[in-house]
Write a protein that binds this ligand. Sequence first.
Ligand code: ADP
Ligand code: ZN
Length: 481
Amino acid sequence: GMGGPMDFGRSKSKFQEVPETGVTFQDVAGADQAKLELQEVVDFLKNPDKYTALGAKIPKGCLLVGPPGTGKTLLARAVAGEAGVPFFSCAASEFVELFVGVGASRVRDLFEKAKAKAPCIVFIDEIDAVGRQRGAGMGGGNDEREQTINQLLTEMDGFSGNSGVIVLAATNRPDVLDSALLRPGRFDRQVTVDRPDVAGRVRILEVHSRGKALAKDVDFDKVARRTPGFTGADLQNLMNEAAILAARRDLKEISKDEISDALERIIAGPEKKNAVVSEQKRKLVAYHGKAGHALVGALMPEYDPVAKISIIPRGQAGGLTFFAPSEERLESGLYSRSYLENQMAVALGGRVAEEVIFGQDNVTTGASSDFMQVSRVARQMVERFGFSKKIGQVAIGSSGGNPFLGQQMSSQKDYSMATADIVDAEVRELVETAYSRATQIINTHIDILHRLANLLIEKETVDGEEFMSLFIDGQAELFVA
Ligand code: ADP
Ligand code: ZN
């Protein structure tokens, strides 16, 4: 429980130690990519010598990133179980208490115990509770949080590469984490754990019906189709509620009616309303957000390739997909004029798709963040990058910030009204040109847009290869610049 001042000193430890979790990767359904990446951690724990003999430094920390209930804790337990090592776990929020210094001493205590049992896994849940960027939010400095995080860093820096302690930490907000945590030798690996797609949900339902008596009429494929946006924890809850309903009805088996009734109740509950995406919204998302952007993106010369498209809600990062330049590009910080023009067209592809499919009168507010991004990019092209003939190669205004990171620009004007009019006109023209390019592309390849949207509605996720095969079947030509 939450320790009050009275148990200070009495119960110093706020972590659990499990000698054998008994959990394996088989208990985690779906999440294949995450399991693949974590298999490496299992191997480090099992065969450290194989790596150290070659002079490789075994990683110390790995961040599991994803919304609550997607199985991050379960995966961490499975890593320990697969490697046959003890599992130490704690919630970061439990480190931080009333007294300055308590958190740090709890961290020290945890690692002391863990090192004595190495090789082992230390799992820290909700690391953002202590690991936020210092000075961000929460009214500035927080000595207790800072001391706690410093102690954690000290511990991690202190293990030599082969101490045998590997720290897994979970968060849904990697973006707010203190960058010191992410440096090499600390949490320098990230494993993404997403909400499951329809196939993943079927497998999770199967896992959570083990040991439950199911009637023959239960069809998990149908249940999975009715539960987009559900996490593993939600599905587990669904099966449990269905079992309770069946018991209350004095049944010997859980039938499709109990599952259906349980589902209705869960969806009616307050917190699920947003997570579950209605059929109508799914269609909209499929066309707008995903198919529209992806199609324009794929047909742009020299644009970042489309890796994977999904209509499952993705935590907070959702809308940014197509504004994420490749790592190379981010690193160099250099963007060509045509890259930026392409990027605007890709961003506008969402609205264009909506307009073409649903008609002018039925377009939605779904594109508002796209417009914000496009306006920022266009304005910077004119004001900062010298990409406008009429304004020329001068920097005007004080539009700062990095548009790719969604940072706000301050729009303090340091130029005349006459210049301001030209800037506005140039910005408008850039955006309009991008919009008509996107429209042309979508109109030309409308059949592919429909097929991609239908595939998304059917499967929820489409990978880059499947996406490309639509073009080959449809005999559309990809730009080769
Ligand atoms: P997180 O740590 O991401 O918040 P948890 O690991 O605590 O999520 O998940 C809570 C429960 O939900 C798990 O104990 C498990 O029963 C169920 N669950 C979540 N994801 C899965 C999955 N992929 N396969 C099977 N069960 C899952
Ligand atoms: Zn969009």
